[in-house]
Write a protein of this length. Structure first.
Length: 225
């Protein structure tokens, strides 16, 4: 199962909790923002992780339309607009800006979940298997990695470790979490094996190896900034 991440943007805490509870039960990872400015900041840090956005229209600091416009300048990530308005003109305006779905409040949480599932099923079927991270290209279908268009050779475990790091870009990952997700607890030694693999990956990435940051006392983080 694809581990989808959904960003919920709504200034009402009770609404965010209601949606979060229903989506968490279905196995989705959830990020939350209480206004438009926070939403853009969270999206900027997690753009390679977020698969869908639930976006309220009426919010303080920056409304949903403004958030939608800015995200659409660089991304086609699916966006469902949530609003108390139900007029046809508002819906048409949203679709013109690039909204994928439009749900008026109050709504049935079960219907919302069903629409989320439908959109993600459709988009996951068309998800690109090739992604680039600051000059590092990963082809998940072909299981290849290239740096500045030159393919490099990685062992299976090195490849799995690198893809896990980039899939969680900008997130500090503990050694224990890396072991459980990459080694799946099949390894019974200590976490120093991760350090050894990281060292080899950095060497093979050359100058791009600097993207793998060491977080003292925690583990590692992939960051292209």
């Amino acid at each position: 199962m694809i581990n989808n991440c959904i960003l919920i943007v709504d200034d009402e805490q009770r609404m965010r909790k209601l949606i979060r509870d229903f989506l968490t039960v279905k196995g989705y990872d959830i990020l939350e923002a209480q206004d438009g400015e926070e939403a853009l900041n969270i999206y900027a840090k997690n753009k390679n992780k977020i698969n869908l956005i639930l976006l309220d229209v009426m919010m303080p600091k920056l409304d949903g339309w403004s958030v939608l416009r800015q995200i659409r300048q660089e991304s086609k990530v699916p966006i469902i607009m949530l609003t108390a308005r139900g007029e046809e003109q508002d819906e048409l305006f949203g679709f013109e800006l690039g909204v994928d779905e439009y749900i008026s409040k109050p709504f049935s949480p079960k219907i919302l979940v069903a629409r989320v599932q439908a959109i993600l099923k459709r988009t996951n079927q068309n998800v690109q298997t090739k992604k680039e991270y600051g000059g590092i290209k990963i082809d998940k279908e072909g299981r290849t990695v290239s740096v500045d268009d030159k393919q490099i050779e990685l062992s299976l475990r090195e490849y799995e470790l690198l893809t896990y790091l980039v899939d969680n870009e900008n997130i500090a990952l503990s050694r224990d979490k890396i072991l459980s997700n990459v080694w799946n607890y099949d390894y019974y030694g200590d976490s120093r094996t991760i350090d050894s693999h990281i060292k080899k990956i950095r060497h093979k990435l050359g100058k791009k190896g600097k993207y793998i940051k060491t977080i003292r006392g925690v583990g590692y983080k992939f960051e292209t900034k």
